[in-house]
Design a protein around this ligand. Structure first.
Ligand SMILES: [Zn+2]
Ligand SMILES: [Zn+2]
Length: 397
């Protein structure tokens, strides 16, 4: 079968690979009908999240049809349409039972960290979903059945993007009347805006530098700030009567791009040292180079928040990232919450929001590519080329 395979930093290829097989009694084999490229995949290819083994199939977002089931998967039948949760969880340990699926005690054979598809060995070393078929471990928990009314184009955003945006708003403790600042207007940022609105936020500010992304955030209900046109901290202060937002969501993560702003001037050398710390093997120039300001979004979020505000961090940071403005946060009595999304906790109810028409996530898909065009699609997405916000891949095309 065809699959997108990682060969090294800056080197991904469309390869012919063997079909997956059932290995354990809780496994399922799913034939993918939709997959997608995610910003997280770019972290691996850029080298800002290290440890992906050459030969690993990439991708952690998928929708498909169940083909085969291990004998201990009792809640599905072959032919069922399903969305696949990006993180892998056993459903039986105490963490899963408490809703902390991303901290499952049993799913990751290699470490205590979050297990997910198409990631580093530290994340379990599972082959990913940018392929024609995939093996799904703990399928009784990781698969969620799709109603006929929800299309593949809608469902592919329920695999990771919408739940992660929702999780960000939940971490930030968004409640009725709150003013919320969302840093980053990529797909996850836009779904953080949508989720904050559904949780009753009074005002939502969204900060980015790409006009197509800011457009989408505005359509989702945000007041937008282009940080290349104005100082984002000054703009946020002005819009909030000098107080700052009650809640902030970091939907940017480690590959932030440096913007020179007067209120949070950070020296280029300081950021360069951070890049060396998080991505010692990164490339220079051309495709798949890391962002040049790893802690930018965190610095802005902490600086802009109102006293006693809450920061939810869903942007991805590797374990070796150490820079956080702890002094400023401590002296403002901020609450900081962070983590990998507990997808399985949110996916069932988000399917209902889509089924009932409250949210149509398909609006966030800007590109549809056959898997044969996957490498070019990665490059266009990496360049943040205008209009390339979210790429859906058709595994069979
Ligand atoms: Zn993703
Ligand atoms: Zn578990």
């Amino acid at each position: 079968m065809k699959a997108v395979v990682f060969h090294g930093i800056g080197d991904i290829r469309l390869d012919d690979v063997p079909e997956p097989e059932l290995q354990r009694s809780e496994d399922a084999i799913v034939r993918l009908t939709a997959s997608a490229i995610c910003g997280t995949d770019l972290h691996f290819v850029r080298g800002t999240m290290a440890g992906v083994k050459p030969g690993r199939i990439l991708g952690h977002e998928g929708v498909g049809v169940v083909e085969e089931l291990g004998e201990r998967v009792r809640n599905f039948d072959p032919g069922d349409r399903v969305v696949i949760c990006s993180t892998i969880a056993c459903g039986a340990c105490s963490y899963c039972r408490a809703g902390y699926y991303a901290q499952c005690d049993r799913a990751n054979p290699n470490a205590p960290g979050t297990a997910f598809f198409g990631g580093p060995e530290e994340a379990g070393g599972f082959d990913g979903l940018q392929a024609e078929r995939a093996r799904i471990p703990y399928a009784h928990t990781g698969l969620v059945r799709l109603p006929d009314e929800v299309s593949d184009e809608q469902a592919i955003l329920l695999s990771d993007i919408f739940p992660t945006g929702w999780f960000g708003a939940a971490l930030a403790e968004v409640g009725p009347g709150d003013t919320v600042a969302v840093f980053g207007a990529g797909p996850v940022g836009v779904f953080s805006v949508i989720s904050a609105r559904l949780m009753g936020a009074g005002r939502i500010l969204c900060i980015d530098q790409h006009e197509d992304r800011l457009d989408m955030a505005r359509r989702a209900g945000a007041e937008t700030i282009d940080f290349t046109a104005e100082d984002p901290i000054d703009a946020i202060r002005e819009l909030t009567g000098g107080v700052g937002p009650d809640r902030a969501i970091d939907a940017v993560g480690i590959d932030a791009e440096h913007a020179h702003s007067s209120r949070t001037e950070t020296a280029d050398e300081e950021f360069a040292a951070e890049v060396d710390e998080v991505a010692p093997e990164h490339g220079e120039g051309g495709h798949f180079t890391p962002g040049d300001a790893p802690s930018m979004a965190l610095r802005w979020a902490v600086r802009s928040l109102a006293k006693a505000g809450t920061l939810g961090i869903i942007g991805v940071y590797p374990p070796q990232a150490h820079t956080f403005p702890i002094g400023e946060a401590m002296n403002k009595n901020l609450t900081i919450k962070a983590g990998n999304c507990n997808h399985r906790r949110y996916v069932p109810r988000l399917i209902e929001l889509v089924r009932s028409g409250v949210v149509d996530p398909q609006q966030a898909i800007t590109q549809l590519e056959g898997v044969r065009g996957a490498v070019e699609a990665y490059e266009a997405f990496d360049e943040r080329r205008a209009g390339w916000l979210k790429v859906e891949l058709e595994p069979a095309a």
